[in-house]
Every structure is written in C-alpha cells, then in structure tokens.
Ligand binder design. Structure first.
Ligand SMILES: Cc1cc2nc3c(=O)[nH]c(=O)nc-3n(C[C@H](O)[C@H](O)[C@H](O)COP(=O)(O)OP(=O)(O)OC[C@H]3O[C@@H](n4cnc5c(N)ncnc54)[C@H](O)[C@@H]3O)c2cc1C
Length: 417
C-alpha cells in the first residue's frame, strides 16, 4: 500500500500522477472471520483499525452496503471539539480529541486536522451562566475552555453582527483546541490504515440478516452470501434499529434528518467554527473556501437523505441575522444525513442482549468528533467482552436503571436533543 510523502508527491507530479495505487484493497468476502464489523463509516473503520493496532485482531471484515464513507461520515460539517458538560461525555470526548491530535501520525495519512477554535455565542445572562458552567466543568476535567467577551468575539470573527436584530451577542465560550477535519480524508485514512493492517474492507455488501443461535451471534447474512463470525460489531448510525430488529431486539434510537449546506468558494472570511445561540445555526469555512453551515434537526423521523425547505429557510434566516453579509452568497449544495438520536443525546458503546454482538451507535448529531474514541472503545469492548472505563456508562439499559446521561437537559425527547 502506498506511503505518502512530500518527495512522493513531487515525483508523481513529474510523471503525470501515474504511479499511485488505490489507498485500500477492494476485498472479497471470505466465508469466516473472527470479527465482522457492519458499517464502513468512520466508526466501523476506526473499530477495525484499533482492533488490529491495539488488540492484534486482524482477522476482521468491515462490510459496507455502499461505498466507504458515504453515510453520515461523508455528510457532516466536520466539527471536532470536546466541550461537553457531563463528566462521562466530557472524559470520552476529550479522549477523542487527544486521539485526533495524533491521528495523522497513527494512520500515516493527512486527515487535515485544523485546530482553529470552536466559539459558542451567548446572548443573555441565562445562556452566559450555562456556558460558564460548561466551561468550568471542562476546566475541572483538564480541558481547555475560555469565556470571551464581545471584543473577544469581534477579534475572533469580525464579520459577526454583534448587535443583530434577533439577540445582541454578549460573548462566547471558546475551545481553542477544537476545529475541523475534512470528513472524506478521515474515512479514507482509517480505511487505508485498517487495510494496511490486513483488514478486509468489503464494499457493496449489505447485511440483510444477523445469524443468531441460542442467544449468541454466529455471523451475518449479506447480499454477497453468509459470513460466519464469532463476534459482530454494529456501526451503522441511523440504521441501527433496523439491524437490531434483525437480531430480535429494539433499541432506544429514533432516526432523524440533519441537513448541511455549502456556499460558493470565498477568500478567508470565517477563521474559526462559530455557533449562534439565538437560533439553530453554525458555520465554518472549508480549506477550499466554501462556507459550511447547518442548523438543527428537521424534526421528524425519516431515512431519506435529503432535507426539507422549512429547516433550510430557518438556517438561512438565522445565518443572515448573525452574519448579514451572507445575504449576498449563493448556497451551492445541500444534503442530509440520517441521525441516530437517543433520548438523552448520549451514545451507546456496549454489549447487547445477544452474546458476541456489540454496537457503537446513538451519536445523535455529534458523532464525527467521536470517531476515533468510538472506534477505540468499541474495539476494546469487542476484544475483551467488557467496556473500558471511558464507555462504561454508555449502555442500553441506563434508562431502565435511572442513569440517563441527559447532556442537553432536554428530557427524554430525541427530536429535542
Ligand atoms: C449534516 C450533518 C452534519 C453533522 N455535523 C457534525 C459535526 O460537525 N461534528 C460531529 O461531530 N458530528 C456531526 N454529524 C454527525 C456525524 O456525521 C455522525 O454522528 C457520524 O459520522 C456517524 O458515523 P458512523 O460511522 O457511525 O455512521 P455512518 O458514516 O453513517 O456509517 C454507517 C454506515 O453503515 C452502512 N450501513 C447501514 N446499514 C447497513 C447494512 N445493512 N449493511 C451494511 N452497511 C450498512 C451505511 O451505508 C453507512 O456507510 C453530522 C451529521 C450530519 C448528517
């Protein structure tokens, strides 16, 4: 498999880029593996990578019904941060951010991680108090957080209208180590690194059934035949409940739409990631110059990968309130992903009621930043048949046991998280 270097890029430039090889092998399914991972998004590929890298388990297949990275992994707005409130989420996402910080070296692939800062604006005293509490919780766990005032916001992103008609900006909570990482690079980096370690990545192979005998997993039925496996890990995001239904159990997940938008390319305009606190809107600028922005959920359950005009209108209206100059822009593209929403906005990385069947799911609309830690913890749980301390709280039965992790404080309503 190819190794990348500045010299290699130069040499390939001289010979018309004719020497590159595919970044990962196009594998065919074998009849049996030690572990099968369902879902070739970031979480499935990261699970496979860490199974090989940290636990020496290389007899692994990742089966993906389409192409690698074409699910939510290739549809998100690339924001990476660890500014959570509850200690369980706080520690998990900080572990993830630390993995992001060393990811390029671990994978041998440029995932273009850019720690340009994530700024959450607040507009009234109540929001300021909530963000101060969050910042303090982060700092108590050793995570960087700063409260900035209006002048601080102006210095970070001068184009914001601080006195906008909806709600004047009072300040913001800033995490300087947060930022963005282009999603395609992340999917391809994990795919290459997993394939380099002997893992079979099998595209166009949809799982249509889970083979269960006597309460234990025996393998998967796919559109390319049955594959036997002692252990199976699910990493299928918004399709999790359709997969668990194949094994005969239900999970507390609702599948909802989330949209994203990209504008025409511009010179540098928005230097950090900014979220608006007086409406659902957030924005950053891609390395190619397009403004990347989005808002909240569309608000009804669906598996369609396209959004509604109602939510698009809200996003554009809120964006133009925060940055009036956006009125002169054209949005070039929009799309939606299918989000695996949980009642408390916290995930599941755990064993399931079926012995040998594991899952990483329930990432709501924040699972891209979780990609490395989700794979890391899922791999640990699969390899040892027990959770790591970092994902011990992310179980399916926490609601029955009264241990919900209500990160957003919105109560048991997935569409409000
Ligand atoms: C518009 C939008 C913006 C977002 N912005 C952010 C953000 O800025 N920051 C952030 O942290 N998160 C963000 N997210 C959330 C994030 O994208 C997801 O939580 C994360 O990418 C989920 O990764 P995954 O690998 O679990 O899922 P996916 O990438 O969806 O991978 C699951 C894979 O499973 C495959 N699959 C499904 N069923 C089967 C089957 N039966 N057989 C085989 N394969 C199957 C699918 O084809 C898919 O490729 C955003 C999401 C969207 C949609």
């Amino acid at each position: 498999m190819p190794q990348y270097s500045a010299f290699r890029i130069f040499a390939e430039g001289l010979r018309g880029n004719t020497g590159w090889q595919p970044a990962w092998r196009k594998a065919r399914p074998k009849p049996r593996y030690q572990v099968v991972i369902v879902g070739g998004g970031g979480h499935g590929l990261a699970t496979a990578f860490y199974l090989a890298e940290l636990h020496g388990i290389r007899d692994v297949a990742v089966v993906e019904r389409g192409l690698v990275g074409q699910g939510n992994t290739g549809r998100n707005t690339t924001i990476v941060r660890s500014n959570y409130l509850l200690p369980e989420n706080n520690r998990f996402y900080e572990h993830s951010l630390k993995l992001w910080e060393g990811l390029e070296r671990s994978l041998g692939y440029n995932v273009m991680m850019s720690q340009r800062g994530v700024l959450n604006l607040f507009h009234n005293d109540a929001q300021k108090a909530a963000y101060t509490r969050r910042g303090n919780a982060m700092r108590l766990n050793g995570i960087d957080a700063e409260l900035v005032d209006r002048e601080g916001v102006r210095a970070l992103c001068p184009i914001i209208d601080l006195d906008n008609g909806r709600y004047p900006v009072m300040g913001g909570l800033l995490q300087r180590r947060g930022g963005t990482a282009p999603h395609d690079a992340v999917a391809w980096g994990f795919a290459k690194a997993a394939s380099d370690r002997g893992i079979d990545i099998i595209e166009h192979c949809e799982v249509t059934g889970l083979l269960v005998e006597g309460g234990a997993i025996r393998g998967v039925r796919t559109t390319r035949g049955e594959i036997a496996a002692a252990k199976v890990g699910l990493a299928v995001a918004g399709h999790t409940s359709t997969l668990t239904a194949m094994a005969g159990f239900d999970v507390p997940i609702e599948t909802h739409l989330l949209q994203a938008f990209v504008s025409e390319g511009l010179k540098p305009l928005v230097d950090c990631v900014v979220t608006f606190g007086a409406g659902h809107f957030y924005i950053s600028q891609s390395d190619k110059g397009g403004l990347v922005f989005g808002g909240g959920l569309d608000g009804y359950a669906s598996y369609g990968q396209r959004g509604t005009l109602k939510e698009a209108e809200h996003v554009f209206a809120t964006g133009c309130t925060m940055i009036p100059a956006l009125k002169r822009l054209r949005a070039l593209r929009s799309w939606a992903g299918v989000m695996d929403m949980t009642p408390d906005a916290s995930p599941y990385v755990c064993r399931t009621p079926i012995s040998g069947l594991y899952m990483t799911a329930g990432w709501s609309y924040g699972g891209f930043k979780a990609t490395p830690a989700s794979g890391w913890c899922h791999a640990w749980t699969i390899a040892r048949d027990e959770p790591h301390a970092l994902n011990a709280a992310f179980t399916l039965d926490r609601f029955r046991e009264g241990r919900a992790l209500d990160e957003k404080g919105a109560g048991p309503f997935p569409w409000l998280q």
